[in-house]
Ligand binder design. Structure first.
Ligand code: ATP
Ligand code: MG
Length: 297
């Protein structure tokens, strides 16, 4: 087992930018791949079924409810119980009860990624944190997408430059990703523009369902140590597609419930992979003022 871990660590040393040789110890240790279940008595055909359903890590299985796992073809309740028991044995999160000092120790792995602005970093206590979600909210054209682009670059900077030495996933729901902005920002930080763009994986979603479903393939990508380490996931914007597809106050409760599920998916990714998740949320001071058909739309 130790050898496997060591091999994984070795493999995950990636050249992220020309300036930085990335060693991803912390990244590779924060999760375990589903294949490891073999070592605790789960057969490969069951593991394949879980993988086909988009589950890639032990943490991913433990976070799934039995109801969700039952929906996977060929899974029975008894089998799921066995898999969950096996997964618990390999769970690298340890006991559910932790002392304050244990949490303190764990939080030493949390990185703070610069926003490129000293003043903003100061407000944030150093920068955007990994292992948690940061929301960028503001009215239209207030710079949320611009800041997201800057973070795509700064998360690739070396630790000594207050970066995260990692790659980026950009979940684009509005078609606002602009490579030319990345090139200009990379230039500001002295990074190679081509390489910087190579380290950003963009996925485009066109419906709220697609936006939620794409989280599983994103988890698979984050768990792929040959691709990583990843340090940042941007969702720009978290709410636009939900706004289009759920209209009026009548559907507000359902929309909020779905959005809550989506956010909890993202929190899991942030904690499991020790990445910073940044969600962009456009808001307005007076929703009624933007309405074309009356105040309660
Ligand atoms: N190179 C640049 N340098 C500085 N500002 C820029 C640059 N390119 C665009 N801008 C401006 O930055 C402003 C903010 O745009 P941005 O797209 O980030 O807003 P946003 O908050 O994402 O808006 P929305 O909610 O509509 O998506 C715009 O007014 C845009 O013209
Ligand atoms: Mg925007």
């Amino acid at each position: 087992m130790m050898e496997q871990q060591a091999a994984r660590k070795q493999k995950s040393t990636t050249q992220v930018s020309k300036e930085v040789e990335v060693s991803s110890d912390v990244y590779a240790q924060s999760f375990r791949l589903i294949e490891d279940l073999q070592s605790v008595g789960i057969n490969m055909s069951d593991i394949k079924k879980l993988q086909e359903a988009g589950l890639v890590t032990i943490g991913g299985i433990l976070q799934c409810s039995t109801r969700d796992l039952l929906a996977i073809k060929g899974m029975s309740e008894a089998r799921i119980e066995k898999i969950k028991e096996a997964a618990k044995k390999l769970d690298c999160r340890g006991s559910a009860f932790k002392t304050g000092n244990e949490i303190k120790e764990r939080r030493k792995n949390v990185l703070k990624i610069t926003t490129g602005s000293n003043a903003l970093d100061k407000i944030l206590g150093g920068g955007i944190e990994t292992a948690s979600i940061t929301e960028l909210f503001g009215e239209f054209r207030t710079g949320k997408t611009q800041l997201s682009h800057t973070l795509c670059v700064t998360s690739q900077l070396s630790y000594s430059m207050k970066g995260g030495q990692g790659k980026v996933v950009y979940l684009d729901t509005e078609g606002n990703f602009r490579p030319e902005r990345i090139e200009a920002i990379a230039d500001r930080f002295g990074l190679d523009a081509d390489q910087t763009l190579d380290n950003i994986i963009i996925c485009r979603a066109f419906s709220h369902e697609e936006q939620m479903e794409i989280v599983k393939p994103i988890a698979a990508l984050l768990a792929d140590v040959d691709q990583g380490p990843f340090r940042l996931l941007i969702v720009d914007s978290i709410i636009a597609l939900f706004r289009v597809e759920f209209s009026g106050r009548g559907e507000l409760a359902e929309r909020q419930q779905k959005l809550g599920q989506h956010l909890s998916q993202l929190v899991r990714l942030a904690e499991e992979f020790n990445i910073a998740v940044v969600v962009v949320n456009q808001c307005m001071a007076d929703p009624g003022a933007m309405s074309m058909f009356g105040k309660d739309k």
